[in-house]
Each structure stands twice: as structure tokens, then as C-alpha cells.
Design a protein around this ligand. Sequence first.
Ligand SMILES: [Zn+2]
Length: 77
Amino acid sequence: MTECTNASTSSPVDRPAPGVLPAIGTLTARQQRGIDCVWCGIPLTLDNAVDVPGEHYFRRLDTRTRWYPRSCRHHTT
Ligand SMILES: [Zn+2]
């Protein structure tokens, strides 16, 4: 694991637009469950996991279900 010594949180990095999550149907089961980063799919740990802000829902059959996606710090806005 590489240490990140850049303390700045405002510098632009290569990432998708904030708040625009991938379609849940395109994600792996691990990404859907917050085990892997919802953006890049790397395994999340207590040190690098961040909850994606906001409320997220997906439809399964006719049910609207709350979703709690998580991402790595690199993809946190
Ligand atoms: Zn990521």
C-alpha cells in the first residue's frame, strides 16, 4: 500500500463527475455491497473506504431500495 502524502483535497484528479454513480447493474456484487470501490473496484479497507455522500437508490423488481455505495479515498470528492 502506497502512502499518500498529499494533504490537499481540492486538487483535481482523474475521476468521474461527483455524484454520478455508475449504473448498479454494471457493478460487481462486491461493489454493490460496498466491499470494493464503486468507481475503480479496488478492495476497500477501514483506512481507505469512504461512504459516497448523498442518498442513493436502485430499483429491484418493483422495489426502490436504499443503496450505500462506498469508494476509495482517491475517488472521494
Ligand atoms: Zn476508487
